[in-house]
Design a protein around this ligand. Structure first.
Ligand SMILES: NC(=O)c1ccc[n+]([C@@H]2O[C@H](COP(=O)([O-])OP(=O)(O)OC[C@H]3O[C@@H](n4cnc5c(N)ncnc54)[C@H](O)[C@@H]3O)[C@@H](O)[C@H]2O)c1
Ligand SMILES: O=C(O)CC[C@@H](O)C(=O)O
Length: 398
């Protein structure tokens, strides 16, 4: 980072444990302070930020991971705070834990191992007891069975492809599948036209969708009725996708045979045939590093150049940075914003070299590069003038 780009040394606040290799991205010219109350940017994992005050200096929040339901996205957008995530950076870790759990669950390994421990103290009898007791843990092979994958994004697509390699039949459902993922998905993954079609044929169901107002409680009494008796459900996405009261009943009746989840709660821990892990899906050295490095690079690039990659609330925007002054403005997506920004710049007798304007729903982002050398004294006035434009959220001059 050149100090001409940002006059003050920016502070990065960390919430949660962020891999050192990611923090190393900020080694030069940045201050990392987990206690800062008004940092320039925040790097976070699963910390719940909904009740947290965002300081007025915060310009960016990077989620080192995929799910952003722990971040108040609407509030950030209204304040012009860019929220990033790290698409795909932990997908392999989650794929591996899903497939491991699928086989372990199907072979009753969790229950079998727990039972074996109860034999402690039986000395020489253990061998005999094992041979007598193992009939209670006879499992099924996954080969030839049908796996339903709901959500064919970064994780779902990897799970679907590799499950085929394990000899499973795979059916997938994702009405919003991205072009990139569609390209990566094996043609042998059957596409369900409706989620009901997937429920009707799946022996195992794994879910890989974000937790949103549309997906909350999507597994409930009604949907369990549509599934095959004894279906095994794997939830490595978010606890809120499953209605706890309803799955407890479905597990009791055997309608759902097994429930493997990464999200323990008091209720889940009491459920018959449920196995809960302590949110371990992305907990590998590799994925923690991938996520932290990607998150940190995205924040650094944004603070230093205004360029945005992998934001979940503002449009991506890229304009090669030349080192001359750049106006970076977040505003409502309404007519004539670019015109008004341009005329504010020309009021200071400055010429425009290049610009980019991108919109996303109700909001937009404009970067304008100034051709002239800009006298530092006029920057606060130019910033103030642009900020006064009706519909402007926030402006930085970098
Ligand atoms: N357990 C963990 O540690 C862990 C790790 C990573 C991700 N996750 C969770 O997994 C989720 C998925 O991660 P990802 O990296 O695959 O995200 P992704 O954005 O790449 O994929 C999500 C997919 O879900 C699809 N989708 C959205 N709503 C849907 C619906 N109603 N029905 C079917 N498909 C729908 C989208 O079109 C997209 O393709 C994350 O949002 C996060 O909550 C958990
Ligand atoms: O940070 C983690 O360990 C979990 C991340 C995971 O839940 C995600 O959504 O990417």
């Amino acid at each position: 980072m050149s100090t001409t780009l940002i006059e003050k040394v920016p502070t990065i606040k960390t919430l949660n444990n962020i891999a050192t290799s990611g923090l190393d991205v900020f080694k030069q010219n940045y201050n990392i302070d987990e206690n800062s109350e008004n940092p320039d940017a925040i790097v976070v994992r699963s910390f719940n930020m909904h009740d947290m005050e965002l300081g007025d200096n915060v310009k960016a929040i990077a989620r080192a991971g995929a799910g952003v339901n722990n971040i108040p996205i609407k509030k950030c957008t209204e304040q012009g705070v860019v929220v990033f995530n790290t698409p795909g950076a932990n997908a392999n870790a989650v794929k591996e834990i899903v497939l491991t759990s699928l086989m372990a669950s199907s072979r009753n390994l969790f229950a079998g191992a727990a039972w074996a421990r109860t034999l402690e103290g039986q000395g020489d009898q253990i061998g005999k007891l094992v041979e007598a007791g193992k009939k209670n843990f006879v499992g099924s092979e996954i080969k030839g069975k049908t796996l339903g994958v709901i959500g064919l994004g970064a994780i779902g697509a990897l799970v679907a492809n590799d499950a085929l390699d394990l000899g499973m039949d795979v059916i997938g459902f994702d009405p919003f599948i991205s072009v990139d993922t569609a390209w990566n998905l094996s043609r042998n993954v059957q596409r369900a036209n409706s989620i009901e079609e997937l429920y009707a044929v799946s022996d195992y169901i794994t879910v890989h969708v974000p937790l949103t107002d549309d997906t909350i409680g999507m597994f409930n009494e009604e949907t369990f009725k549509l599934m095959k008796p004894g279906v095994q459900l794997f939830n490595f996405s978010r606890g809120g996708l499953v209605n706890e009261e309803d799955i407890a009943i479905a597990l009791d009746s055997g309608k759902v045979g097994k429930f493997i989840t990464d999200f323990p709660t008091e209720n889940v821990l009491k459920m018959k045939n449920a196995v809960a892990f302590p949110h371990l899906g992305a907990s590998t050295k590799e994925s923690e590093e991938n996520c932290a490095i990607m998150a940190a690079r995205q924040v650094k690039q944004f603070l230093e150049t205004g360029n945005i990659k992998n934001s979940v609330n503002f449009p991506n925007a890229n304009l090669p940075y030349t080192g001359k002054k750049r106006v970076a403005a977040f505003h409502k997506n309404v007519p004539n914003m670019v015109g008004q920004i341009s005329s504010a710049i020309s009021d200071f007798n400055l010429n425009i070299a290049d610009m980019v304007n991108r919109s996303r729903g109700e909001y937009a982002y404009t970067m304008v590069d100034i051709e002239n050398d800009v006298n530092g004294d006029i920057i606060p006035s130019l910033e103030e003038k642009i900020n006064q434009i009706n519909g402007m959220i926030t402006t930085r001059i970098i």
